[in-house]
Every structure is written in structure tokens, then in C-alpha cells.
Design a protein around this ligand. Structure first.
Ligand code: AGP
Length: 612
């Protein structure tokens, strides 16, 4: 969604805001703007395009110590300077991340009072509402407006008659803040604060923060003072930089061995039983008791996009080991299906950002229905993490590229660990069996390094894809779940249409689209279905497809059936998805780069979709 930032303190506000917006740009980059208190009142500069465009537009000598900044992912209203934030109405200047669902009704009401919006945005209507309620008491005006607003918002607000002060409030969209040597800073995401402080706090829902150079005052929804719960971020600034890679995505693909190790190894214990020592997953430090996984009638995994694809792999693992029904639901569908939930249902939400609006809404529905809830989240203190009964944090580190890579494989690792622990806790795996699988998971990590050495091969074969208009991914079981992930990865950054297909289903219609040189990426990592996969590869090959085969080194497939073959490092089939995922990530990365596209910030997308 959008990136917002506010600063007041002893530095040049425009510089702080621009630096912060550059860090937040992955959240949306249609247009950008800042507003600062100057000796002439509030000065606003905004433009279409990226933060670099905004920087070029700034008037020389914009001297200010207090201001707000915004980088936009358009929801209401097209991409235009008028629709760019900040928006000023009367004495109120505001930036917004979220969606006001009842803005049309409010707009009609406010227009009747003679006010005339100039933009097409819901955000301007929020500013107009607050201004209409403002009589000098900023907090009262904000509270009164919040009572009228429906939807999600994170606001930073300037009142023309209160120079040096920023007011903020959030509902459903994230805000983190800190007071440090530089002053008081608030933003959508910690990456914008990191260069000033590793200590931060998360603004609570409906809390009002009043920032000035001396500090941040908080008041709760009931108007009484409240106090920040400061946390310390565990990664450093370089974690959120490119560190010599061309793109964040390339860096994050290469960080996967470390991300997997950080996610897996702290949860591995030595378990003693009958004189033997076993390697088992353990979630005591996560405060996730075995009881969460016992006496379950079913599991529902709900998420969006890549996170949902990780859930598809979780389904395969859980059903194999726990022998209970598992469904995977797209979060935006789940919440409107009136799902059947009870205390014996475990709802697992998966989210890298922990702020995806549809996934958060699905979690809230699950909790209201009395289901058990567990979330797999990468951002500490995020909304989904805070609202789940139990949280399994992936420790992938900040993921900046819009296309998720290290977070995805860390989510896979989370599902493997949870499946193994839950099976052991339910007597489905003995300690010895659980230990063998856990050792297999640990031994997978080094194999990722060998896949990363395949960059040249994946780049070479990607050259055959750059001119494709349609491309298909096929696989069975785990490989079908992986095909779905490979397809979204390629689509979202190369803009080439692709489809993931259960390999056995292709002949029931879509095979008609397979003609000469249509690229088909066939995932055949699972030996138990290899013969069937070979038949499906022959079906597409017979229609002239350009076949890229991703398989195990010992798989027997006639050379005439493929154009490129990528042999994965030797591993148990159970763990093949990790290496295969990295191959698909590299293919998507190279294809996008070879097409000269913006790998990290593809058009129309944002890293975290905090609107429904
Ligand atoms: C991943 O490559 C996509 N950018 C997107 O599908 C993403 O996975 C989805 O929006 C969910 O985001 P979340 O994990 O932060 O909830």
C-alpha cells in the first residue's frame, strides 16, 4: 500500500522525509509528496512518479523542522498530482494509508456545507471531515472524525495553527514510531526509522500520537494518557540495503540459506528418550504449546498470493502426516464464505508483512468464531502477529522487493516444522521418525547454496522466455503448489502471462493452448509421480512446447523431451521444494531483468496490500 512518514525535531525535515520515503517506496510508487511547516505556513510539494521525481521538484532552501511525507499506491482516483498526498483542506494537511469505505457519503455531506473536494481521493475527504470538526482541539476533532470513518487508515496530520506538531492515528493500517536524538519520527514501516533508531514502538489501534521535537505523547481511545511499549529491532541497516546486489530481489534470493537457518535452527532441540537422543522441532520459545495441534478436527490455512502458495505446501505436509482434512483458502474469499469454524478448527494465517488487510480480516473472523489461531509472520509486532493467539515468526529479515522470495521459503520451513511437531505431538510420528525428518530439513539448507550457483544456467534459459507471451508451469502434488508460486513470481515482475496447472489436468482443455515454442516449465521433483509427469511432458512436447525440466538428478527422462534440464541437488523428495523454489525465483528474476523491467518495484503492485 502507501508509505507514510512524519518527522519533527532538530534536523531538516525535508531531508528526513525524503530519505524515509526512499526506504518506504517499495510500499507504493505512483506518486509522492511532502508538507512542511515553514515561515510561510505549510508548504506542500507533490508529484507523479517516484521519490526521485519529488526530490527534483523541491524548491531550494526548503527550511523546516517538521513535516509529513507520502508515497502512493493508487486506490481511489488515478495517478495524478492532484490525487497525490498530502491533501490540505482548510487548516488540516493530511497523509493517509488505507481506504475509507464510506467516503462517498461523507463527501456528499461535506459538499452540502459548501466544501468542494479537488481530488478523487478518499483521503482528501478525511482531511475535509477533520477540518470541519476542528475548533482548536486537534484530538477532539480527530476522535470525532474517527467515529465517522469506516475502513482502514493510518493518518499523519498537520494543523496549520500548531506548527512543529504532528498528530497520528491508525485503524487497520500500520504505524511505528520512536523518539530519538534526531527528534520524533513515525512511519508505516521500521525501515524508515532504522537509520535513526533501532528502538521503536507500534502505535496501538485508535491511539492518538502527538509528536513534537521534545517527544511523543500518546492518548488511548478513552482519551487517557498511554505509554509506548518500546521494542528493539534485531536486524541492522545493511539488512535493508542492497549490499552490492543489483536489486533487493537478487539479494533476498541469496539470503535464503541464512533466512532458513535463522528460522529453523533456534527451534531445534535435543530430545532424550529411552537413552537415545533425537533432533526435534520445539516451539516453547514461541509459546506455542502442543495442545494447539491436538484434538483438531480440521485445519484451514488462509492467506494471499505467495503466502497462500506456501499454505498449499502446508496442506500437503499436514494431510500426509496428521491425516486430518486441510483446506487452503484465499483470504479475500474465506472471509465471505461464512466458513464452518469451531474450537477444534485451527486457522493458520500466513503473511510476510503481517498487515495484509484480507488476511487480517480472515484472522479476525476466525477468532470471532472461536477457532484456534496461529499466524506465520515475518514482521515482529505487525497487526496479524498481535491479533493471533499464537505466532510463529519467520526470521527472514526485512523483505523489500515486492516479489517475495526468502519469506516464502521461510514460510515453507515454518510449515515443515509445524507439521513435524504436530505429528509428533499426536503420536503420528515417533521421536525417531520426527528426528529423521527434522534432520532432513536441516540438511536441505546447504543445498540452497548449490542452487544459487546455477545463476548462469537460469540466466541462459531465461533468454528464451523474454519474448514469450504465454508460459505454463506444470506439476503434481508438491510440484503443483510450487508451480503456482513459480507462476506468480514470473508474472508479477516480468509481466509475461503464465498459468500454473496440475499436470494431469492439462489435457482437459488447456492443452489446446500449447503450440510450437510455447514455454512449459515442468516440475518433476517427486519420484512417486515421475512416470505420470514424464507422460505429461511428452503430451506438451508432442505439441511443440519449449520444455524446461526441473527435476532430480537421477530422474530418467529422454533428452528429446526437453530443451533445458535443471537437476536439483540430491535431497529427499520431501525437501525438494526448497531448491526448486529458488530455481523458479532465479528464472523470474533473470527474465524480468533481461526485459529491462523494474525488478524490485513492478508496475501496479505494492509490497503489502493493506486495503481490501
Ligand atoms: C508475493 O510475491 C506477492 N508480492 C504477493 O502475492 C504477496 O505474497 C501477498 O500480497 C501477501 O502478502 P503478505 O505475505 O505480506 O500477506
Amino acid at each position: 500500500m502507501c508509505g507514510i512518514i512524519g518527522f519533527t525535531g532538530g534536523r531538516n525535515a525535508a531531508g528526513v522525509l525524503l530519505d524515509g520515503l526512499a526506504e518506504l517506496e517499495y510500499r507504493g510508487y505512483d506518486s509522492a509528496g511532502i508538507s512542511c511547516f515553514t515561515q510561510n505556513g505549510i508548504t506542500t510539494v507533490k508529484t507523479v512518479g517516484k521519490v526521485a521525481n519529488l526530490k527534483a521538484c523541491l524548491p531550494p532552501g526548503l527550511n523546516s523542522s517538521c513535516g509529513i511525507g507520502h508515497t502512493r499506491w493508487a486506490t481511489h482516483g488515478g495517478v495524478s498530482q492532484t490525487n497525490a498526498h498530502p491533501h490540505t483542506c482548510g487548516r488540516v494537511t493530511l497523509i493517509h494509508n488505507g481506504i475509507i469505505e464510506n467516503y462517498l457519503a461523507l463527501r456528499e455531506e461535506l459538499e452540502k456545507t459548501g466544501r468542494t473536494p479537488v481530488s478523487q481521493t478518499d483521503s482528501e475527504i478525511a482531511a475535509m471531515l477533520i477540518d470541519s470538526l476542528y475548533d482548536g482541539d486537534a484530538q477532539a476533532a480527530i476522535r470525532a472524525a474517527a467515529a465517522r470513518l469506516e475502513g482502514a487508515y493510518a493518518f499523519c496530520i498537520l494543523f496549520a495553527d500548531q506548527p512543529g506538531t504532528i498528530y497520528c492515528i491508525r485503524k487497520g493500517s500500520p504505524l511505528v514510531a520512536c523518539h530519538c536524538e534526531a527528534g520524533s519520527i513515525i512511519a508505516s514501516d521500521m525501515v524508515a526509522l532504522l537509520r535513526y533508531s533501532k528502538d521503536y514502538f507500534v502505535l496501538e489501534e485508535n491511539q492518538i500520537a502527538r509528536l513534537n521535537a521534545d517527544g511523543i505523547a500518546l492518548t488511548g481511545a478513552d482519551g487517557t494518557p498511554s505509554f509506548p511499549d518500546y521494542q528493539t529491532v534485531t536486524w541492522d541497516v545493511s539488512s535493508a540495503q542492497k549490499n552490492g546486489f543489483k536489486h533487493y530481489m537478487e539479494k533476498e534470493i541469496h539470503e535464503q540459506p541464512e533466512a532458513l537457518s535463522r528460522t529453523i535452527t533456534p527451534r531445534i532441540i535435543k530430545y532424550h528418550e529411552n537413552g537415545a537422543v533425537y533432533t526435534l522441532p520445539d516451539f516453547s520459545a514461541d509459546c506455542i504449546p502442543d495442545s494447539v495441534f491436538q484434538k483438531l478436527s480440521r485445519i484451514i490455512i488462509t492467506a494471499c498470493g505467495t503466502a497462500m502458495h506456501a499454505g498449499m505446501m502446508g496442506k500437503v505436509l499436514f494431510e500426509r502426516l496428521l491425516r486430518i482434512p486441510v483446506t487452503v483458502d484465499i483470504a479475500s474469499e474465506f472471509r465471505y464464505q461464512d466458513p464452518i469454524l469451531d474450537e477444534n478448527t485451527l486457522v493458520i494465517t500466513v503473511s510476510q508483512s503481517g498487515e495484509t488487510a484480507d488476511t487480517l480480516a480472515a484472522l479476525r473472523l476466525a477468532r470471532s468464531a472461536g477457532a484456534r489461531t496461529l499466524s506465520i509472520v515475518n514482521v515482529k509486532g505487525s497487526s496479524i502477529a498481535r491479533e493471533s493467539e499464537h505466532v510463529f515468526y519467520t526470521h527472514a529479515g526485512p523483505e523489500i522487493a515486492v516479489a517475495s522470495t526468502k519469506a516464502y521459503t521461510a514460510q515453507l520451513a515454518a510449515f515443515y516444522l509445524i507439521a513435524f511437531r504436530a505429528a509428533f505431538a499426536n503420536g503420528r510420528l515417533t521421536a525417531a521418525e520426527c528426528s529423521a525428518r527434522t534432520d532432513g530439513l536441516l540438511s536441505m539448507i546447504p543445498s540452497i547454496h548449490r542452487v544459487l550457483e546455477m545463476k548462469e544456467v537460469t540466466e541462459k534459459l531465461s533468454r528464451h522466455l523474454t519474448r514469450a507471451s504465454d508460459l505454463f508451469f506444470i506439476g503434481r502434488g508438491m510440484d503443483y503448489a510450487l508451480s503456482c508460486e513459480g507462476s506468480i513470481k514470473l508474472k508479477e515482475i516480468s509481466y509475461i502471462h503464465s498459468e500454473a496447472y496440475a499436470a494431469g489436468e492439462l489435457k482437459h482443455g488447456t492443452l489446446s493452448l500449447i503450440t510450437a515454442d510455447v514455454p512449459v516449465i515442468a516440475l518433476a521433483t517427486q519420484h512417486d509421480v515421475l512416470p505420470k509427469m514424464v507422460s505429461n511432458i511428452k503430451e506438451v512436447r508432442a505439441r511443440g512446447a519449449f520444455v524446461i525440466l526441473v527435476t532430480a538428478a537421477d530422474a530418467v527422462v529422454e533428452e528429446s523431451q526437453y530443451d533445458y534440464r535443471i537437476d536439483l541437488p540430491a535431497t529427499d523428495d520431501w525437501f525438494a521444494p526448497f531448491a526448486a523454489a529458488v530455481v523458479l525465483q532465479l528464472i523470474a528474476y533473470h527474465t524480468s531483468y533481461l526485459r529491462g523491467l523494474d525488478v524490485d518495484q513492478p508496475r501496479h503492485l505494492a509490497k503489502s496490500v493493506t486495503v481490501e
